[in-house]
Design a protein. Sequence first.
Length: 232
Amino acid sequence: MQFVDSINYTYSSNLYTIISTLNRLPDLIACDFETASRWTDTEKENMKTFLEENDETTDREEKRQIRQFIESNGLSHPSLNYITHLSVAWSPTDTFIAVLPTDLHRKRVLKWLTTTDRKQIWHNLSFDAKHIMYHTNNFPKNYEDTEVLAKTVLNHVNTQEAKTGLKHLMGYKYGEWAVSTDNFNLDNMYDEDLIKYAGIDACATYALWLEIQEMIKVNSSMPPFKYVDKGE
């Protein structure tokens, strides 16, 4: 497949625009979340200062909890972070990114994800679905995981030949699209580079889905293996 120089992306934090856009999507979409700690860098610095100044008067459990808040990031348990973006793609180059600054935004988007009949393609759904399950106690109605599918197709005894990371599998098509982990915080929710990164994640997932489907189609059309006994 051809290298993608750029993607077509739009984004919004207007809740009406988000839901209206989601409701206009086709029946097959690729999805991806971005997440960040519930606490800003400034709040974390204030917590560090508090611990330093109140070390002797703060009990062990409170210290443990505060340190957990300080160390939290987008990969922490859903109770310690927020879903900041939902990106959805309907082609390898077309995507919409919903910026989610409030609990109402997140609640409406999660409800949409668990009620729509559209087929949702996720990469590493075990990460994203834990957020959906934690907040809704539900799963999407119709979904596939390209990471699981890729692992099944590759299934190589050499782990180097069976890597299933999205950037490892699709880097040849989208290039290097990583951003610094420092960008994944509440202060950078509207950062253009982070928003574009989220959009490429969804587009790359969609493209990977198409490639896997084509691979399955080609393999299923091959004639069955016929064993020949050389001793006959």
